[in-house]
Design a binder for this molecule. Structure first.
Ligand SMILES: Nc1ncnc2c1ncn2[C@@H]1O[C@H](COP(=O)(O)OP(=O)(O)OP(=O)(O)O)[C@@H](O)[C@H]1O
Ligand SMILES: [Mg+2]
Length: 1032
C-alpha cells in the first residue's frame, strides 16, 4: 500500500489474521524507539499525524473507524491542559536523548529496508505486502510527542514482558537471559517467521503510530494537542484491540487452525464438512472477538463440534488452558477418550477431572497447555484452586455443555458459583454455554454477559406424533388442539396379547425393528425390564437370526464383565436384539449395550430418561411409553431431550417420535408438546439457600470478596438477575447477612480482630476445600475426631465407614436380616468399633427381629444405615466381585457401583478436608491409599491398566493376560496388533485405548519433568550480594 496516495483501510478483526509477533520481533525496546526515530527521519517533514488522520477518515466506515470523533475530546480544555504540561516535560527530556537514540538505532532500521533490486537485506525479516511502511519513503523523521513516548514506553514494556514470558516457557532449568542471548533468540524468531508475509491490522496500526509520531516540534499548539489526544485514543483503541486479538496467532485456514485439525476431524470423527450453522456461528463477530456466547440448537444439531473448535483455538492459537464442563462422569470419560488423539497429535494435555480423579491445584505446565474435562463438581473445585493459586488467568475458555443444568437443584447452584467466580475474577476468560433446551436465554445472557446464537437446524427432520387408543396424530402447533390426525395403527392382536400389551407397543416397534433402530423410554427402571421382556415374548423367530453371531459375542462379553454372571433379563432379550438400559446396570454392561446398539447388533433399547441426557444414541423411532417419569408428569425439556434422539444423521432421512397417551392425559400432553421451553432459574436459594451459603464461605476463604459489604460479587450471579422472581420478599443483602450469621454459628467463619472483615476458620477452609456439604461438615469433623481416639486399623471397615457418603444414606433401605447376618460375620474388634460409632449388635438384632422399639434418635438410625453401606463397601474391597456382593446384599449391581464411585469421590474430598486440619495428619496416608483402592476396587495388578480411561475390569484382565501389564505396555502397543490379539476389541477402540494410554503416560512424565525443572531452577529472589554488615 502506498501511503502517499492511499489511506489506511482498517479492516474488521478477523480470525484469519496473521501473527502480531512481527511487532515483537522488530521492536526491541531500544530498536523500537530507534525504529520510531528513524521512521521520523524518513517521513516527509510536513506529514503530521493530523494529515495522515485526514487521509484515513474517508476510507473508514463509521463502525470501523477506530480514530474518529476525537474533536469532541478536544473540547475538554482541562484534559488538554494536563496533556499539554505532560507533553512539554516529556519533550524536553526526549530532545536530550533523541540524538543518541537515532545514532544507535539507525543501523538497525536501515537493515530492515529492501535493497534497490527488491531483495530483503536482512533475511530474518518478514515481508510486508501492504504495510504502511512501504509508502513512507526515505523521508526524514522528527521528534516524538511526549504522549507518544509514554505510549511507546508502555508498548516496550509489554514487549519486554512478553519476551520474558516466552523465555520462561523453556523447560531448560538454567537459563541465560542476558541481552546477547535475547538478541539471538530474536533473530531466530525472525527467521522462523519469514514466511509470514502479511501483517495483521493491529501490527500495521502500531507501525502507523510509530510513524504518526513523526510530528515536528515547532508546530502549532492545537496540532500538538490534537496529536496528544489522538495518541491517547490510539492507545485506548490498541488496548481494546489487544483484548480481542493480543495473543491470538492464526495457525492455518481452518478457523485459524492448521489443516491438520480438519484432517483429524475427518479421520477421527468422520466429519468432512461443517454444517452451515456451525460455520456461521464460528464466524460470528462476537465469537471472533472472544465474547461470551450461549448457543442453542435442537438435540443432535452438532453443538459439540463448535465448542471443540473453539477449545482448540484457545489451546493452540492463544496458548491458554481450557475447561470443558459436562454433567456426568461417563460423559467426561467419553470426552477424554475422544479428545486424547487430538491432544497427542496437536500437543496438548487432556486431563480428566471426575470422580476421584484430578489434581488440585492442577499441575503447572510450562511447555504444554491443558484441556481439563470435568464434571460440574470437579470444575468448581478446579476453579477454586486456580483462584487460590492466582492462576485463573491461564484459563482462556470455559465451556459448559447442557447449560440448562443451571436450573438443576444443587448441581445447578454449583455451576452458577463456578461461572460467577470466573466472571468476577478473570475478565479475559471466555465462557461458552450450549444447550438444546433453554427457555429464558435472556436471563442467562445477562448473567453471563453473553451474546446469543440460536438456530433450529437438525441434520435429520423430526416428526413428532402422539398415540391415543389406536389412532396416531401428528403434533402440529398450528392445529387448534395441537394434534392432527395421521393414521390408524395397523395391528392384529389376540385377546391375550391385547391384555398384556394394551398400549400396542409391540405393534409400534415391529414397524421399524430389526431393520431400523428404536428407543422405548419407560417411566421406571422396573418397567424398562418388563417392557423388554414383554416385547421379546411376541417377536417372531426370525428376529433370532438377525446378526446372530454378533449377539452371541455380546452375551459372552456381558458374561465376562459379570465375572461369569449375566443378567437373566438380558440373557433372554439380547438374542432377539433387545436390551434394557438404566442405572441398575453396571457401567461395563451399559457400555457394551450402547456399543452394540450403535453398531446395529441390538435394534431396540428400553430405557429411562437418563439415556437422553447427552449420550449420543439416536434411533429411527423414539417411543415414549407414557408422559411420566416415575410419578411426575414430564417436563417440556425432558420431553424434548427424549424425542430429540429420533433420527440418525447420515442414516435416516427422517426421525419420528411417538408419545403414548391415555385419554386422561390428553390436555396436559397438549401443553407438553406445544408450550415454549421451561425457564431456567438460579438454584443458589435451593434447599434453604445451601448454595449461596457455601458460595459466601468460599468467597471469604478465597479472599475474593471478604468484606461482602459491597455485594458486588453477588450482582454477577444469576440469582441477582432473577431476584424479583426468586426472593422478592428479601433483599440479597439481607440474605447474605442471614447466611453470614449462620456460618458464624457453625464456626466456619469469624470476624477479624479489627472487626473489619470476615475470615474463614480452619474448619471453614477444610469445608470448602474438601467440597464438603455444609450440613455435614461438623458431623464429619466429629466422626474423624472420634476416629482419632480409637481408629481400628487391622481392618479397613472403620476407614470405609468414615468415607461412606452421607448423601447416600437416604437411598438405602437395608434388609435388616441380611444386615444382621453380615454383622455377625464381623470380627470382635470390628463389632466393637461399630458399637463405638453408635451401631451396636443389639440395635441391628432388634431391627432384624422386626422390633421397631422405642423411637431411636435420628442420628443412630442414620449411623445404622451408614454402617450398612460401609459393610457393602467393605465386602467389595475384600472380594472385588460386584455381582456377588450385590447379590448378597440384595441390591442392584448398578447401585453398588454407584455407591463405590461416590465413596471414592467422597474419600478424596475427606482427604482434602483433613489436609487442612493439622490434627488429622495421620489420615493423609491412609485416605490417599483408600481413595485409590475405592477408585478401582480390583486386584492390584489391574490398577495401572484401569487408570487408562475406557479400560474397565474385564478388558483390563484380557489385556493383562495377553501380556499388556503396565501403562507403558499399552502406550507403546500397536492398535492393529492389539485389536487382533484381544478378543472383541474393535480397531477404533484399540486406537482410543492406545491414545488414552499415551496421553496418561505423557501427563505423568510431564508432571515429573515439571517437578525436576522446578527443583533445578534458580530462585528468582536468590540473594546475590551478601549483606556483610549483617553477617558480622
Ligand atoms: N458437520 C457435521 N457433519 C457430520 N456430522 C456431524 C457434524 N457435526 C456434528 N456431527 C455429528 O452429529 C452428531 C450429534 O452431534 P452433537 O453430539 O454435537 O449434538 P448436540 O447438538 O450436542 O446434541 P445434544 O443436544 O443431543 O447433546 C454427532 O455424532 C456428531 O459427530
Ligand atoms: Mg451435546
Amino acid at each position: 500500500m502506498n501511503a502517499g496516495t492511499q489511506g489506511i483501510r482498517i479492516r474488521r478483526v478477523s480470525s484469519r489474521k496473521r501473527s502480531r509477533d512481527s511487532l515483537q520481533t522488530h521492536l526491541t525496546p531500544a530498536r523500537k524507539r530507534g525504529g520510531g526515530d528513524t521512521c521520523l527521519q524518513q517521513c516527509p517533514r510536513n506529514r503530521r499525524l493530523s494529515s495522515i488522520m485526514a487521509q484515513i477518515q474517508p476510507y473508514c466506515s463509521d463502525s470501523e473507524d477506530l480514530f474518529g470523533d476525537y474533536d469532541s475530546i478536544l473540547e475538554d480544555s482541562s484534559l488538554l491542559a494536563k496533556l499539554d504540561d505532560a507533553e512539554e516535560t516529556e519533550r524536553q527530556r526526549d530532545l536530550q536523548s533523541a540524538a543518541h537514540i537515532v545514532a544507535v538505532d539507525q543501523q538497525d532500521f536501515i537493515a530492515l529496508r529492501p535493497s534497490k533490486d527488491g531483495a530483503w537485506k536482512r533475511s530474518g525479516e518478514d515481508i510486508l505486502t501492504d504495510s504502511i511502511l512501504d509508502g513512507l519513503g526515505d523521508e526524514p523523521f522528527e521528534d516524538l510527542p511526549g504522549s507518544q513516548v509514554q505510549f511507546q514506553e508502555q508498548v516496550d514494556e509489554n514487549v519486554k514482558r512478553r519476551r520474558l514470558q516466552e523465555g520462561e516457557k523453556t523447560s531448560t532449568p538454567f537459563r541465560n537471559t542476558d541481552t546477547e542471548a535475547g538478541r539471538d533468540r530474536n533473530m531466530e524468531d525472525k527467521t522462523k517467521r519469514r514466511s509470514k508475509a502479511r501483517r495483521s491490522v493491529t501490527d500495521q496500526l502500531k507501525r502507523t503510530m510509530l510513524c504518526n509520531a513523526a510530528a515536528p516540534s515547532n508546530v502549532s499548539r492545537t496540532v500538538v494537542l490534537k496529536e496528544a489526544v489522538v495518541s491517547e485514543e490510539i492507545s485506548v483503541a490498541m488496548q481494546a484491540m489487544e483484548t480481542v486479538s493480543a495473543e491470538t496467532t492464526d495457525l492455518g485456514p481452518f478457523f485459524g487452525l492448521p489443516t491438520k485439525v480438519k484432517d483429524l476431524m475427518h479421520k477421527l470423527r468422520g466429519i468432512k464438512n461443517l454444517y452451515d450453522w456451525q460455520e456461521t456461528c464460528l464466524n460470528l463477530d462476537c465469537v471472533q472477538q472472544r465474547k461470551n456466547l450461549i448457543y442453542s440448537l435442537p438435540t443432535s444439531g452438532g453443538k459439540t463440534l463448535v465448542a471443540e473448535i473453539l477449545v482448540l483455538r484457545e489451546l493452540l492459537c492463544r496458548k491458554k488452558d481450557c475447561l470443558f464442563i459436562l454433567p456426568y462422569i461417563s460423559l467426561v470419560q467419553e470426552k477424554v477418550r475422544g479428545l486424547a488423539s487430538f491432544g497427542l497429535e496437536l500437543d496438548f494435555m487432556v486431563e480428566e477431572y471426575a470422580g476421584s480423579k484430578g489434581k488440585f491445584p492442577p499441575v503447572k505446565r510450562r511447555e504444554k497447555r491443558s484441556l481439563y474435562v470435568a464434571t460440574i463438581e470437579k470444575a468448581h473445585s478446579l476453579v477454586n484452586s486456580l483462584i487460590e493459586t492466582n492462576r485463573l488467568d491461564n484459563l482462556g475458555l470455559v465451556v459448559v455443555d447442557e447449560l440448562h443444568m443451571l436450573g438443576d437443584g444443587s448441581r445447578g447452584a454449583i455451576i452458577e458459583m463456578t461461572l460467577a467466580k470466573v466472571l468476577y475474577m478473570s475478565k479475559k476468560t471466555q465462557i461458552i454455554g450450549m444447550s438444546a433446551t433453554l427457555g429464558n436465554i435472556r436471563d442467562l445472557q445477562t448473567f453471563l454477559k453473553a451474546e446469543n446464537y440460536t438456530n433450529d437446524f437438525r441434520p435429520v427432520q423430526l416428526k413428532e406424533y402422539v398415540k391415543l387408543n389406536d389412532t396416531i396424530y401428528e403434533v402440529d402447533p398450528k392445529e387448534e388442539d395441537c394434534f392432527r390426525f395421521s393414521r390408524l395403527l395397523n395391528f392384529k392382536y389376540s385377546s391375550a396379547m391385547q391384555k398384556i400389551d394394551p398400549d400396542h407397543i409391540i405393534a409400534l416397534v415391529t414397524e421399524v425393528i430389526p431393520t431400523h433402530s428404536c428407543l422405548v423410554f419407560c417411566p421406571t427402571k422396573k418397567n424398562c425390564e418388563n417392557v423388554a421382556g414383554m416385547i421379546c415374548k411376541y417377536l417372531k423367530e426370525e428376529f433370532l437370526q438377525h446378526r446372530q453371531a454378533e449377539k452371541a459375542v455380546l452375551l459372552r462379553e456381558l458374561r465376562d464383565s459379570g465375572n461369569g454372571s449375566v443378567c437373566p433379563v438380558l440373557r433372554r432379550t439380547v438374542p432377539y436384539g433387545l436390551a434394557y438400559h438404566h442405572s441398575g446396570l453396571t457401567s461395563e454392561e451399559r457400555k457394551l449395550v450402547e456399543e452394540a446398539y450403535s453398531s446395529g447388533v441390538l435394534c431396540l433399547l428400553t430405557c429411562t430418561s437418563t439415556l437422553a441426557a447427552g449420550i449420543n444414541l439416536p434411533a429411527r423411532r423414539v417411543i415414549l411409553r407414557s408422559p411420566y417419569v416415575a410419578t411426575d408428569f414430564l417436563k417440556r425439556s425432558q420431553y424434548k431431550q427424549m424425542v430429540g434422539r429420533a433420527g440418525r444423521a447420515g442414516i435416516d432421512t427422517v426421525g419420528e417420535s411417538i408419545l403414548i397417551l391415555q385419554s386422561k392425559d390428553r390436555n396436559m400432553a397438549q401443553t407438553l408438546v406445544c408450550s415454549p421451553m421451561e425457564n431456567c432459574y438460579s438454584n443458589l436459594m435451593h434447599d434453604d439457600g445451601k448454595g449461596i451459603t457455601s458460595l459466601i464461605l468460599s468467597l471469604i476463604g478465597l479472599n475474593v470478596n471478604p468484606s461482602l459489604l459491597s455485594s458486588d460479587f453477588l450482582r454477577g450471579t444469576l440469582l441477582f438477575v432473577q431476584q424479583q422472581q426468586l426472593c422478592a420478599e428479601q433483599s440479597l443483602w439481607e440474605v447474605v447477612q442471614q447466611k453470614v450469621d449462620l456460618l458464624k454459628d457453625k464456626d466456619l467463619i469469624t470476624v477479624t480482630p479489627d472487626a473489619q472483615t470476615l475470615q474463614v476458620t480452619k474448619l471453614g477452609r477444610a469445608t470448602y476445600k474438601g467440597s464438603v456439604d455444609l450440613t455435614h461438615s461438623d458431623v464429619l469433623y466429629r466422626d474423624l475426631s472420634r476416629g482419632l481416639e480409637g481408629l481400628l486399623l487391622n481392618s479397613c471397615l472403620h476407614l470405609v465407614y468414615l468415607v461412606t457418603p452421607y448423601d447416600m444414606i437416604s437411598q438405602c433401605k437395608p434388609d435388616w436380616r441380611i444386615y444382621f447376618r453380615q454383622f455377625t460375620l464381623l470380627s470382635a474388634a470390628e463389632q466393637k468399633m461399630s458399637a463405638a460409632v453408635g451401631v451396636p449388635e443389639s440395635f441391628v438384632a432388634r431391627k432384624a427381629a422386626g422390633q421397631t422399639g422405642e423411637k431411636r434418635k435420628k442420628t443412630q438410625r442414620q449411623n445404622g444405615m451408614r454402617m450398612y453401606l460401609a459393610l457393602v463397601l467393605f465386602s467389595l474391597l475384600k472380594e472385588t466381585n460386584l455381582w456377588s456382593v450385590a447379590d448378597r446384599f440384595q441390591l442392584s449391581r448398578g447401585f453398588v457401583q454407584t455407591l463405590l464411585s461416590s465413596s471414592s469421590a467422597f474419600c478424596s474430598c475427606v482427604l482434602h478436608f483433613t489436609e487442612e486440619l493439622e490434627e488429622f495428619w495421620p489420615f493423609k496416608a491412609l485416605l490417599t491409599e483408600l481413595t485409590r483402592r475405592l477408585s478401582y476396587c480390583v486386584k492390584a495388578e489391574l490398577i495401572p491398566l484401569m487408570e487408562v480411561v475406557g479400560v474397565m475390569e474385564s478388558r483390563a484382565k484380557q489385556l493383562y493376560n495377553s501380556g499388556y501389564k503396565t501403562l507403558t505396555h499399552l502406550a507403546n502397543a500397536d492398535p492393529a496388533v492389539l485389536s487382533r490379539t484381544i478378543e472383541n476389541l474393535y480397531r477404533k477402540q484399540a486406537s482410543q485405548i492406545v491414545a488414552s494410554a499415551k496421553m496418561l503416560l505423557n501427563e505423568k512424565a510431564a508432571a515429573l519433568q515439571e517437578e525436576v525443572d522446578e527443583l533445578l531452577t534458580v530462585p528468582s529472589d536468590l540473594p546475590t550480594t551478601p549483606n556483610t554488615q549483617q553477617l558480622t
